[in-house]
Structures are given as structure tokens and as C-alpha cells.
Design a protein. Structure first.
Length: 211
């Protein structure tokens, strides 16, 4: 991937090594958009393709709502939703959530289980609440839903979203979507079959970019 793409990875606010402000206003849509823009400006990037996993897929909606529909080149949703109001609330313990991320046949090694669990537990409970309860205005995203290039990669065994319902929604509401349901994979397709997922993303970006 690095031989073909200029890749930037960052933790969205409230997650990973980013700050975790303890007041709800910090998680408003505009601030998520500002964070992305700050990253793009720091790396001098224009019109990026955004790839988001799970709830990270909604950052594209923040970006176009506050910086315009021409701000991004396309959106890659990896076991993800396009905007916040689609997200079905669920409540699981941390251990159960981590275990449920992969499909049967893809057991999580103990070291990875510890890392994933620890990363979740390091997030303040208030931050988790604010991140999950924030609102978005998806109208800007939906205004370009017929033309914005979108790649969806979804595991058939994803326990957090019903693959068939997700595919039906995306194909009904986005006119330029390429959809891949990967048999036998769960909510972490990129971890379970990284080479396959990387190849799908790279081929799609090349096609959309006409490289």
C-alpha cells in the first residue's frame, strides 16, 4: 500500500492517543471536521480519500458538512456506517465486544486481545458516551450521494451490523458505490484478511483516480 499511496493515520478525538476532553461540546461535528482539516493541512494534502472503520466511517459526513462537498475525493467504509444517525445503539461488555469483532475461525491472539481491550479501557467512560451520542448533519453528504465515490467492505459475519441490510441501504442511497461482502469475515475485515482488504482498497482508489 505504501508503495502506491501516501497514507496518513490519525486517532479521532477521544480515541487512541488523541486528547479526551471531558465535556460534550468537544465532540460536536465541527470539531471532528476541524481535526481532519488540521491533519490535512499539516501534511499538505488536498481532497483525500477517507478510510474509516466502524464508527470512524462517519468522519466523511463531518468533513463535507463543514468544508464543502468537494473536500474529499471519496469515502472507504470498512465495516462502517456513512453517518451517525444510522448507528444502532448496542451495549456489550468490553471483553464481549472485542471477542465479537472477528468471525469464527479468526481467533484473536491473547496479546492482541490485551491490546484491544486495553485501548478501550483507556478511554474515559464519559468520552465513550459523548462519542456515541454526538449528532451530525448528513444533508451535505447526501447532497452528493449520487456522485461521491464510495467503497464499502463488509464482513458477512459482522455481529455489529446486518450485512444484507447495510448493503441494501448503501445501494439504495448512494449512486456511485462499490460494495464487497467478504464471506466468513467479521467486524474487523482489515485485521482478519489484510492482504485481501488492502488489494480491494488499492484497486478501487486507482480506478476512481483513473491512475
Amino acid at each position: 500500500m505504501l508503495n502506491n499511496l501516501y497514507m496518513i493515520r490519525y486517532d479521532v478525538r477521544g480515541h487512541g492517543q488523541s486528547d479526551q476532553p471531558l465535556f460534550p461540546e468537544a465532540y460536536e461535528s465541527v470539531h471532528h471536521a476541524e481535526d481532519l482539516n488540521a491533519v490535512c493541512e499539516a501534511f499538505r494534502v488536498k481532497k483525500p480519500f477517507l478510510a474509516g472503520w466502524s464508527l470512524g466511517g462517519i468522519i466523511a459526513a463531518d468533513a463535507v458538512a463543514h468544508y464543502g462537498t468537494d473536500y474529499i475525493s471519496g469515502s472507504i467504509l470498512i465495516d462502517a456506517i456513512p453517518y451517525r444517525s444510522m448507528h444502532p445503539e448496542f451495549s456489550k461488555g468490553v471483553r464481549d465486544f472485542v471477542i465479537s469483532c472477528t468471525a469464527p475461525g479468526h481467533p484473536i491472539p491473547y496479546a492482541d486481545m490485551c491490546m484491544w481491550t486495553g485501548a478501550i479501557l483507556l478511554q474515559h467512560p464519559l468520552v465513550r458516551t459523548y462519542s456515541l451520542s454526538r449528532t451530525q448533519d448528513e444533508r451535505a453528504l447526501m447532497s452528493v450521494s449520487e456522485s461521491l465515490p464510495v467503497l464499502c467492505i463488509h464482513g458477512s459475519e459482522d455481529q455489529h451490523m446486518i450485512a444484507a441490510n447495510h448493503e441494501k441501504f448503501m445501494k439504495s442511497n448512494f449512486g456511485n458505490v462499490e460494495y464487497h461482502t467478504i464471506p466468513g469475515l467479521g467486524h474487523t475485515t482489515f485485521w482478519e484478511e489484510p492482504e485481501k482488504i488492502n488489494a480491494l482498497m488499492l484497486a478501487w482508489i486507482k480506478k476512481v483516480s483513473q491512475v
